[in-house]
Design a protein around this ligand. Sequence first.
Ligand code: F6R
Ligand code: ZN
Length: 190
Amino acid sequence: MDTPHGFHITFGRIVPDRYDSHLERRLSSMKGQYSDEQAFARLAQNGDPVLYEVYELARPAVHGELLSGISIVHPGKVGNEYYMTKGHFHQLLETAEVYYCLAGRGRMVTETPEGDWAVEELAAGKVLYVPPRWAHRSVNTSENEDLVTLFVYPAEAGHDYKTIETRGFRKLILDLGKGPEVVDNPAWGG
Ligand code: F6R
Ligand code: ZN
């Protein structure tokens, strides 16, 4: 919570000591992805905050190689929707991914093209396996802590962002006054 006279200090920022790429995703790159467009516009008037970051170790995009790295979703909300990653299917749909949560709290929102969906809790120490065919998005549900995950996936997988950008996920994670809740996405366009 912001207070008019106070400040808060975030301790223990996790950053890998070696990486090949560092991506920063700002609010402007998430246009159309949050359910409350007015809240999005209001937030955008005050600047273009970094919502999440990805550090990755490069490997050739060939069969047998694995990509690994660290994903950091910062705390915050657009309206009542928590900061989250864009989310994607892998372009090679039959490829999986492992996530290991290092810090923070959140949810992994997943779904398949066949209509199955699942929302799993993320907390430090939790390992999540995202099977082939499941689109995935990580959501930071903490009020003031980064959600930090280590990920590993086949280097050849590739990313299909378009499908999610166009139709969204079936489920949203919103704070309607009682903390994180799984809510049907009224704008889901599948
Ligand atoms: C890679 C993967 C993660 C995400 C990262 C950012 O396949 O799932 O490394 O890339 O958490 O999320 P997106 O890529 O959805 O912006
Ligand atoms: Zn992925």
